[in-house]
Design a protein around this ligand. Structure first.
Ligand code: CS2
Length: 442
C-alpha cells in the first residue's frame, strides 16, 4: 500500500500537527530534491505545527518528473528518517502540497509564482543550477533555455507586477559564497537582457536574503525506502534520510511575510557571512577533501574516510589551521567547537553518506570550499598542506577510473591528464574560477 493522507500511522511516527488541507501555499520551492525535503520543508512543517498558517510549499522540479511521481500520488506526504548511532526516528512531513514539473507544466509554475498567496520563492538547485560563468556573470545563453529557473521567475514576477501584487523574497539555499547576492546579480542580469522593464520593479519590490543552510542528506537508497516501508507499514517513494543535526541562518531581509522559522530553530540575523563562510570552508571544504582523498584510498563512505588514521589529521588541520583562521567569526561563534562538532557528524556510522555523491560537480564547489582559503593564506605568504593534498587528490580522481559527474567533466579530465594540470585547472583563464594563483605558490 502506498503512503497517502489515508494512511494510519504507527504510534512511533510523528505526524503533522496541523490541518494540512486548510493551508494556503505561501512558498514555491524550485529544486525539490532530498535536501529541501530534509531541511527547509521540515522547518516549515515545524512552523505550521507551532501555529503559523498558510505556508504550504509548492515544489518545482525544473526537468525531471521523478520527485513529482514520488510525492504527488502520496498527497505530497513523505517521511524523514533521522539516523544516529542511537537509532532511527521517523517523522511524516506535511508541508509539501504538490510537485510541478516545469518542463511539462510551465504555465502552472508561473501561476504558482504569481499567486497572491505566494510570498517566497526558494531554491536548492545546486551550484551549477545558477548558470554562472567562471567570471561570475550569468551564462545568458543557458539562462534563456526553456528549463532555466530565470525564465519562470521573470514570467512570474512580470505577472505579479501586472496584477499590482507585491514582490517576492527569493531565497537561495545553495552552498555558494554570498548566495543571496549571487542570485540577485544573476536575476538582474537576466532581467536587464530579457525584461528590461522589470529591473526597477524587481529592485524596489524583491529581496534576496543570504542563507547558511546545513544538514547532511545522503541520496536515498532502495534499502532506505525498504526500511521506511517496514517502519511505516506503507510504501513511501519520497522517503529521505538525514542526521539529527540541522542549522539554518537567514539574513533578515524579507520583501513580505515569512514563516516563523525561528519557532523551528532557524536564526534570523543581520549578517550571515561568518556562518556561511565557516560552513563552506570548514564543513564543505572538509567534505570535498574527504571525498577525493577517501576515494583515492578505497573508501566508499564519509564515516570510513574520517576514521582512516592517514586522513583524519589532514582534515583536522584543514579545518582548524587552514580554514578557521580565514574566518572573521561572529560574536559567540566558536570555530574550534564547530570543528569538534563536524568531526562527530562526519563519524556518524548510521548515515552511509557516499563519498562519490560529494565528489560530483567539483569544478562548481572547489572555489568557495578550498580556493578562497588558499588565496587568503597565499596573500600572507603561507602554504596549506592539507588543501594542497586535497587538490592533488582531486587531480588523481580526475585521472582515475571513477565516473566524473561534473558539467565540465570532459574538459576537466583532459586538463588533468597532462603535466600542466594545475595551470590548466587553476591558472589564469583556467577551468576553475580562482583568485588563487598556483604558479607562484604551489
Ligand atoms: C556536501 C553537501 O554533497 C556535498 O557537496 O558537501 O551536500 C553537505 O552535505 C551539505 O552542505 C551539508 O549541509
Amino acid at each position: 500500500m502506498r503512503l497517502s493522507a489515508e494512511t494510519s500511522l504507527p504510534p512511533s511516527v510523528q505526524a503533522p500537527g496541523y490541518d494540512r488541507a486548510a493551508q494556503a501555499a505561501g512558498i514555491v520551492h524550485i529544486g525539490i530534491g532530498a535536501f529541501h525535503r530534509a531541511h527547509q520543508a521540515v522547518y516549515t512543517d515545524d512552523a505550521l505545527a507551532a501555529g503559523d498558517r498558510d505556508w504550504s510549499i509548492v515544489g518545482v522540479s525544473l526537468r525531471s518528473g521523478d520527485v513529482a511521481a514520488q510525492l504527488n500520488p502520496q498527497d505530497g506526504l513523505y517521511t524523514v528518517s533521522t539516523r544516529s548511532a542511537a537509532g532511527t526516528q521517523l517523522r511524516l512531513i506535511g508541508a509539501v502540497r504538490k510537485v510541478l514539473v516545469a518542463a511539462a507544466e510551465s504555465q502552472a509554475v508561473i501561476d504558482a509564482i504569481a499567486a497572491p498567496t505566494t510570498h517566497i520563492v526558494s531554491f536548492t538547485v545546486t551550484e551549477k543550477g545558477y548558470l554562472r560563468r567562471s567570471d561570475g556573470a550569468l551564462d545568458l545563453a543557458a539562462a534563456s533555455s526553456p528549463s532555466s529557473l530565470y525564465r519562470f521567475l521573470a514570467a512570474g514576477l512580470a505577472a505579479r507586477k501586472a496584477a499590482g501584487l507585491r514582490g517576492l523574497t527569493l531565497l537561495s539555499c545553495d552552498n555558494l559564497a554570498g548566495n543571496g547576492a549571487v542570485l540577485r546579480r544573476l536575476m538582474r542580469e537576466y532581467l536587464a537582457a530579457e525584461h528590461p522593464g522589470l529591473v526597477d520593479w524587481f529592485d524596489a519590490n524583491c529581496t534576496c536574503p543570504a542563507t547558511m543552510i546545513d544538514r547532511i542528506v545522503p541520496a536515498t537508497t532502495d534499502a532506505d525506502r525498504a526500511a521506511a516501508e517496514a517502519a511505516l507499514g506503507a510504501r513511501d517513494e519520497g522517503a529521505v534520510v538525514t542526521e539529527g543535526f540541522g542549522q539554518w541562518v537567514i539574513e533578515d531581509d524579507f520583501a513580505g511575510p515569512r514563516p516563523r522559522w525561528e519557532d523551528a530553530g532557524a536564526e534570523l540575523v543581520a549578517d550571515v557571512a561568518p556562518y556561511e563562510t565557516a560552513k563552506l570552508r570548514m564543513l564543505n571544504g572538509a567534505h570535498s577533501a574527504l571525498a577525493y582523498i577517501g576515494l583515492g584510498r578505497g573508501h566508499d563512505y564519509v564515516h570510513q574516510a574520517i576514521a582512516d588514521p592517514e586522513i583524519r589529521p589532514v582534515i583536522d588541520r584543514l579545518m582548524r589551521e587552514e580554514a578557521a583562521p580565514t574566518i572573521d567569526a561572529a560574536p559567540g561563534q566558536n570555530l574550534a567547537a564547530y570543528a569538534d562538532a563536524l568531526l562527530g557528524r562526519f563519524a556518524n556510522p548510521a548515515l552511509h553518506h557516499r563519498l562519490i555523491q560529494i565528489a560530483m560537480d567539483g569544478s562548481q564547489k572547489i572555489p568557495q570550499r578550498w580556493l578562497e582559503t588558499l588565496a587568503w593564506h597565499q596573500a600572507r605568504g603561507a602554504r596549506c598542506p592539507s588543501l594542497e593534498a586535497a587538490i592533488a587528490a582531486w587531480i588523481a580522481f580526475l585521472r582515475s577510473q571513477h565516473p566524473v559527474d561534473d558539467p565540465l567533466a570532459d574538459k576537466l579530465r583532459e586538463a588533468a591528464a597532462g603535466p600542466d594540470a594545475i595551470t590548466r585547472l587553476f591558472g589564469e583563464g583556467g577551468l576553475v574560477a580562482s583568485e588563487w594563483q598556483p604558479l607562484t605558490s604551489a
